[in-house]
Ligand binder design. Sequence first.
Ligand code: C5P
Length: 318
Amino acid sequence: MSNIKGSIDTAGVLKVKALAKINLHLEVLGLRSDGFHELAMVMQSIDLSDRLEFKNNKGGDIKLTCDSQSLATDDDNLIIKAAQLLRSHSGQMNLGAVIHLQKNIPIGAGLAGGSSDGAATLVGLNNLWSLGLPYEDLEKLASELGSDVPFCLAGGTQLCFGRGERLEPLTRNDNSMAVLLVKDPLVSVSTPWAYNRCKEINGGKYLDSEHDFEYRRKTLRDAAWLREPCKKLPPPLYNDLQFVVAPEVPSVKRALTLLSDLPGAISVAMSGSGPSCFALYPDLESAKNIFESHQVDFREAGLDSWCCSLGFSGVMVE
Ligand code: C5P
């Protein structure tokens, strides 16, 4: 469960942590009448996070600064969109904020960094502006912002259906697993492009009835690996977008090959629409050992790398 309430410090600053996610399962079921894809996923928070700081701005403007040069801080940024959406919802158009983002989650990576920042902004400004909106209201606004934003708000391990915004929390009895994550810093993948390619390639095989969608959802809900400890039944990892993206993005192919050759990994997959790929390890210690002993290999393959444990919460006020 997320910690969505907190207090402003003596300098008038409220700090919020926004976690990244990986997809343990991403199945594209079909097309919806709104043009989005109907999905059946298992999303998992990981302990890799952005940090946001919020301060009141009496002038009424919403301003964003970021420590990374590569991120646009204009109206297209989900942080600004979230702030504007929350302000409109409150009806108090005089509210303003100065927001600073410390960007640690790679951009355009399939790790929902932007979505998590959007979720963190809803939580941060709900506190800063003393709006007192209940979690359910924030969740509704989150789903308007983007398909992955409700998950980022809630975090942990969740079944995600619909566009990705329909959540069913899972209580795994084994949270010891860890992740070794790699990404080419020069490559990002556009999510609309990935889904569009999926439609072009697999559209002919899409399911097209609610009855068939529900059958697939039930199959995923009943999957034994969701209940068993990793040592007994490791997550098989599955991502329909990987089959579409890997053949066209060389760094994804390279990352998957490199990760598959590492010793001790349970399984390997791309996250979301890529290009980040990860290997799942039974515990943090074995992941760290491999992470440290293969730094040269990652560098030679042109890949940035991270080693992290799983995350058990969504957005956290610090
Ligand atoms: O919801 P979000 O803004 O993150 O989605 C970005 C894009 O990804 C959508 O505009 C759409 O092209 C694609 N998408 C999709 N089906 C989903 C989620 C996203 O086709 N369930």
